[in-house]
Ligand binder design. Structure first.
Ligand code: NAP
Length: 209
């Protein structure tokens, strides 16, 4: 596919460019300030920032390009309506790492028996939004809700611990992302499935598995 990548020079973007090319995609990277000229591309991928993603996605949709979004901290529902009106797919995942998706699934299962839940999410100090999109999505799976504690420190990539308490016991479910390679298979899967997705917003890697 011919892919436009917003956030080319970012931490995720720098990993994605060679990985998408190695998978056979033709990639053109865009950085802040570049004209958003993506007409004719098969897909746009956005890993930028909460205050940048909406403009990029809107521009891509208006040029008839379906989108895969990894950027968190922005509500894409209004753009989902634009995508539906234009007959285009807009896919967003709060976490493209399969281990994180499994962590969320196991949390939903365990919370039915251990309903007192708190979440600790730990990310690199450069991450602008808190709590993380993954933590918010996990909390929504807990029937009684879950408090979220956010940690931002140098050296971290993306980590989350879900603590589920019962009488005299504690279950901990933990996922660690050590390198941004963890997000590559999920992004490749989203690109592969993008042409079959219904028009409008689809959220979560689990909806592709
Ligand atoms: P990052 O290192 O800050 O990279 C973001 C890149 O986007 C920077 O190079 C930035 O340039 C660039 N940028 C900013 N505005 C732009 C615009 N309007 N158009 C094009 N490029 C623009 O961040 P990151 O760690 O790569 O993460 C990016 C986003 O993805 C964050 O929201 C993060 O939370 C999210 N994320 C999601 C997942 C997931 O699995 N869903 C995984 C990892 C990260 P400047 O430096 O010049 O501003």
């Amino acid at each position: 596919m011919k892919v436009a990548l917003f956030g080319r020079d970012g931490k995720v973007g720098r990993t994605l460019v060679p990985a998408l090319e190695a998978a056979g995609h033709e990639v053109r990277g865009f950085e802040l300030g570049d004209p958003i000229d993506v007409a004719g591309f098969d897909a746009a991928v956005d890993f930028t920032a909460p205050d940048a993603v909406a403009e990029n996605v809107r521009a891509a949709l208006e040029q008839d390009v379906p989108c895969v979004v990894g950027t968190t901290g922005c509500d894409l529902a209004p753009l989902g309506e634009l995508a539906r009106d234009r007959g285009l797919a807009l896919f967003q995942a709060p976490n493209f790492a399969i281990g994180a998706v499994l962590m969320m699934r196991f949390t939903a299962e365990a919370a039915a028996y251990l309903p007192r839940v708190e979440i600790v999410e730990l990310h690199n100090e450069a991450k602008r939004d808190a709590p993380s999109g993954t933590a918010k999505a996990t909390a929504e799976l807990v029937p009684d809700g879950a408090a979220i504690h956010s940690v931002r420190l140098p050296g971290l990539v993306a980590h989350q611990e879900v603590l589920l308490a019962g009488e005299g016991q504690l279950l901990t479910i933990r996922h660690d992302t050590f390198t941004r390679d963890a997000f590559v298979p999920g992004v490749l899967l989203a690109l592969e499935r993008l042409p079959e997705l219904p028009p409008g917003l689809t959220v979560g890697l689990e909806s592709l598995l």
